[in-house]
Design a protein around this ligand. Structure first.
Ligand code: ATP
Length: 447
C-alpha cells in the first residue's frame, strides 16, 4: 500500500493537471484517468476503501484518492471536485470508537457454534458467518454472526472497521430497545432481529437471527425475465394474489408499492430514533421468505443525530466519505436541517431499479446514475422527457416499462418518486410525507 503515493481518477472535463495546479505539492504525483479507471481501482481494492475519501459535490465529477504515505496532507475541495483526506490527528480524535456507549444487549459467544467455513457475506469491514445457537432458549436457532476480520486488517483499516462495528452495535441496541418498549412495531418486522454483542478471545461478535431468503440485489441479479422475477419476489413477500395474467406492469407496480411501503415505514421509525441509515440499497435489503417481509441489514453506517449524553452525534462524521456513491443523495453528506431526507433519496434510487427492468443490471444502473444526476439534476420528469426525445444514452426501451409502472394511479406514483428524488433535501419528501403520499396511492389501488 505504501508503494502508491496518490492515485486520482478524474472524470471528463476537469483535467487532473488543474487539480494538481491547485495543489502544487501533488503535481508530480497526479495520474489522470477516467471515472471508470478510478472506479475499477476502488472495486478491485475494496479493502482500501477506508483510505478513500470520496465525494462528488455537484455530481458532475468523481475523484478517488488513495493516500499511502500522505496522511498528513489534506487536499481541499476545488470547485466541482471534492476530495478529503483525513488528517491522522482527526482520525484518532473523531473516530474514537471507545466513545460509543457500552453495549446494552450482551450474549456469550460460547452459546453459539460459528461455522467458520460458511461465510454468508463479507464487506469492506465485516465478515458474516453462518452460526447456530447451541443452548436454550432457542437452541438450534439459525444465526448470522458478524465479526471484524482482524487477521486481514491493520492500521487505519482496522480502526475504521472497529468503529463501524461499534456503531452497528449501538444502532442495533437502539433498535432493539425501541422494539422492546413497544414503540416501533415496524422495526420488529423490518430489521434483522438482533440477539446481542459478545466478545471472546479478543474477537468481537454481533449475533443476529439469520434471515431466510436473499437480498433484493440477488433477485435483481437472477437474470430471469420480468414476469419470473416479479412472481419469485412476490411469492417471497407473500403477495399470493399476484398472477402473471395481470401483466408484468401490474405485477411490478404492486411489488413497488409493497417494498416502498416496507422501507418507508422503517425510515419513519428510524427517524423517530433520530437515526439515518445512510446505506439504504438493495444489497442491504433482504427478503425474508418465511415472515414474508423485507428486512434492512447493516446499520454500521448509521448516524444518530441527537445523542446529547455522548455529544451531539454518534456515527456521523462529515469528514468521512459518504456511503455507496450509486445511491447517495446529491448532498453527499447529511444536511443537518433535513437529515431524514438523505435515506429517502437512496430508497427511491433502489426502487427505480425495481420498477425499471433495464436498471437491474448494475452497469446500466451506474450509467443511468451518472446521467440522471449530471444532466438531469435528479429530476425524473426531465430525465423521462429527454429519454423519450432520444437525448439520453440510456436505452429508452428499458425505460418504457418502468415509466408505465410509475405512471400508474394518474401519475401519482411517478410524482411520489420524483418528490423522493428531489436534488435539494429541502424540497425532497421526508419519510413521513412520502409515506402519507404512498398511503393515498395504496388506498386507490385494488388489493
Ligand atoms: N441476519 C442476516 N441474515 C441473513 N444474511 C445476512 C444477515 N446479516 C448479513 N447477512 C448477509 O451478509 C451480507 C453482508 O452483511 P452486511 O452488509 O451486514 O456486512 P458488511 O460487512 O457491512 O458488508 P458491506 O461492507 O458490503 O456493507 C449481506 O449482504 C447478507 O447477504
Amino acid at each position: 500500500m505504501d508503494g502508491i503515493s496518490l492515485l486520482l481518477g478524474v472524470s471528463s472535463s476537469r483535467p487532473a493537471s488543474r487539480l494538481a495546479e491547485a495543489h502544487p505539492f501533488h503535481r508530480r504525483r497526479c495520474a489522470r484517468g477516467s471515472f471508470d479507471l478510478a472506479e475499477r481501482f476502488v472495486r478491485r481494492n475494496r479493502s482500501l476503501r477506508s483510505h478513500l475519501r470520496v465525494f462528488n459535490r455537484h455530481q458532475t465529477r468523481m475523484v478517488f484518492v488513495h493516500c499511502g504515505n500522505l496522511w498528513r496532507r489534506r487536499i481541499r475541495p476545488c470547485r466541482g471536485v471534492g476530495v478529503r483526506v483525513p488528517l491522522r490527528s482527526q482520525a484518532s480524535g473523531l473516530r474514537d470508537y471507545s466513545l460509543v456507549p457500552p453495549p446494552r444487549y450482551t450474549v456469550s459467544p460460547l452459546d453459539f457454534v460459528v461455522h467458520r467455513s460458511r461465510v454468508i457475506g463479507f464487506g469492506s469491514f465485516g465478515t458474516v458467518y453462518e452460526a447456530n445457537k447451541a443452548v436454550a432458549p432457542e437452541e438450534g436457532l439459525l444465526v448470522a454472526a458478524k465479526t471484524v476480520p482482524k487477521e486481514r486488517l491493520s492500521g487505519m483499516q482496522l480502526h475504521d472497521a472497529l468503529y463501524y462495528f461499534a456503531i452497528e452495535r449501538y444502532a442495533n441496541d437502539q433498535v432493539r430497545a425501541a422494539i422492546e418498549s413497544g414503540d416501533a412495531k415496524s422495526l420488529a418486522r423490518h430489521v434483522a432481529r438482533y440477539l446481542g454483542y459478545g466478545e471472546h478471545a479478543g474477537q468481537e461478535w454481533l449475533f443476529f437471527e439469520r434471515v431466510p431468503g436473499a437480498t433484493l440485489e440477488h433477485y435483481f441479479d437472477s437474470g430471469s425475465d420480468d414476469a419470473a422475477f416479479a412472481l419469485a419476489l412476490g411469492q417471497a413477500l407473500g403477495l399470493v394474489e399476484l398472477d402473471v395474467r395481470d401483466g408484468v406492469v401490474d405485477l411490478l407496480r404492486r411489488l413497488f408499492l409493497r417494498i416502498a411501503y416496507d422501507t418507508l415505514q422503517t425510515l419513519v421509525s428510524f427517524a423517530q430514533l433520530g437515526m439515518v441509515h445512510r446505506d439504504m440499497k438493495p444489497l442491504n435489503w433482504i427478503v425474508d421468505d418465511r415472515a414474508h417481509t423485507l428486512r434492512i441489514l447493516d446499520l454500521g453506517s448509521s448516524a444518530f443525530l441527537s445523542t446529547p449524553r455522548y455529544g451531539a452525534v454518534i456515527g456521523y462524521n462529515a469528514r468521512w466519505g459518504p456511503a455507496d456513491t450509486d445511491y447517495v443523495a446529491p448532498e453527499s453528506f447529511i444536511d443537518p436541517r433535513f437529515p431524514y431526507q438523505f435515506d429517502v433519496y437512496s430508497c427511491a434510487m433502489s426502487l427505480l431499479r425495481l420498477a425499471i427492468p433495464g436498471l437491474r443490471n448494475p452497469a446500466q444502473f451506474r450509467t443511468f446514475v451518472e446521467e440522471f444526476r449530471n444532466m438531469h439534476r435528479s429530476d425524473l420528469a426531465l430525465y423521462a422527457s429527454r429519454a423519450f426525445a432520444g437525448n439520453a444514452a440510456f436505452i429508452p426501451d428499458h425505460l418504457v416499462t418502468g415509466l408505465i409502472v410509475l405512471k400508474g394511479e394518474d401519475g401519482r406514483l411517478f410524482e411520489l418518486v420524483r418528490g423522493m428524488l428531489r436534488e435539494s433535501p429541502q424540497d425532497r419528501l421526508s419519510p413521513e410525507e412520502a409515506l402519507v403520499e404512498l398511503d393515498k396511492i395504496k388506498a386507490r389501488t385494488p388489493a
